[in-house]
Design a protein around this ligand. Structure first.
Ligand SMILES: [Fe+2]
Length: 254
C-alpha cells in the first residue's frame, strides 16, 4: 500500500490517557447525532480504537428542537447497550447524562428539575447557544449549581461571540464551572477560530475535560484523523485532564 494511504487510515489509541468520554450523541434517532444502532456501533468502535474504554452518552435536551424525555432516553439507552453487547463492541457504557441547552424552555425545566447527570456526583453537561448571546446565562448556571449540580460547560471554544480574553470566562471559572473542550476543535474540524480558542483556554489552565462530541461517521473519521494530528498529540503530552478522575469520582453502582 502507498505510504500516504496507509498513514491516512492509521488509528492509534492515543486517548487511552483520557480513558473516558463524557460527551457524545450515540443514542440513535433522538437528536442530530447517530442515525442508527449500526452507526453508533461503528462510531463507538472508532472511539475504542482511539483509546476510549468507557463512556457516558449525552443526548441533546434542547427545546423545541429536541424535546427529549428522560424516560424515553433511558429506554433507548438500554436498547443501545444490548445492541453493542450483541455486536461484541467492547466499550463500557456507564450511564446517561443529557446535554442540556439553556434555551427558552429552560425556566420550565427548572421548576421541576429532573436532570440526567453524569455519575453519582451530579455532573451536569450544559451548553448555550452557538450563535446568540443569552443575557444572564451565568445566573441560570448559578441557579443550577444551587441545586447541588456540578456544571460542565460543553465546548466553550465554540461560542465565538464570547471573547476568550474577556472576563466572562474567568468569571465562569471563579463560579466553579468545569470546561470541556472538543477534541475535534483541537484538530481544526470546526475551523481555525475554534481551534485557536480551544488552545488558548487550555493554555490558561481552564479546561478540565476533553470530549469527543461524537455525532456520526464524519466525526468518527475526524477522531481517527485526530489520532495523527500534531496539535492534538502535543496537547495530550503537555497538559493533564481530569477525565479519569471524573470516572473514579462518579462511577455509579451498576
Ligand atoms: Fe454535543
Amino acid at each position: 500500500m502507498f505510504e500516504f494511504l496507509r498513514k491516512k487510515n492509521k488509528i492509534e489509541p492515543i486517548f487511552e490517557v483520557l480513558g473516558i468520554d463524557m460527551h457524545n450523541h450515540m443514542i440513535p434517532c433522538v437528536d442530530d447525532g447517530s442515525e442508527s444502532l449500526e452507526m453508533s456501533a461503528e462510531c463507538i468502535t472508532t472511539m475504542w480504537q482511539a483509546g476510549f474504554r468507557q463512556m457516558y452518552v449525552t443526548p441533546h435536551f434542547n427545546y423545541p428542537k429536541y424535546p427529549n424525555d428522560e424516560d424515553d432516553i433511558t429506554r433507548r439507552y438500554g436498547e443501545l447497550k444490548h445492541y453493542l453487547a450483541d455486536q461484541g463492541v467492547e466499550m463500557e457504557l456507564l450511564g446517561i447524562g443529557g446535554e442540556y441547552r439553556i434555551d427558552d424552555g429552560f425556566a420550565d425545566r427548572m421548576k421541576e428539575p429532573r436532570f440526567l447527570t453524569i455519575g453519582s456526583d451530579n455532573y451536569l453537561l450544559l451548553e448555550i447557544s452557538l450563535h446568540h448571546h443569552r443575557m444572564g446565562f451565568e445566573n441560570i448556571i448559578y441557579d443550577i449549581q444551587m441545586l447541588d449540580q456540578q456544571v460542565i460547560l460543553a465546548h466553550p471554544e465554540r461560542y465565538l461571540y464570547l471573547d476568550v480574553d474577556s472576563s466572562k470566562f474567568e468569571k465562569l471559572k471563579d463560579q466553579g464551572v468545569i470546561f470541556q473542550c472538543n477534541i475535534l476543535s483541537l484538530s481544526g474540524f470546526y475551523g481555525s477560530e475554534a481551534q485557536r480558542r480551544a488552545l488558548k483556554l487550555i493554555e490558561k489552565g481552564w479546561v478540565e475535560l476533553l470530549g469527543t462530541d461524537m455525532h456520526n461517521t464524519a466525526y468518527a473519521r475526524g477522531l481517527q484523523e485526530a489520532t495523527q494530528n500534531k496539535t492534538v498529540r502535543k496537547v495530550l503530552e503537555h497538559y493533564e485532564f481530569m477525565n479519569r478522575e471524573l470516572i473514579e469520582k462518579t462511577r455509579k453502582k451498576l
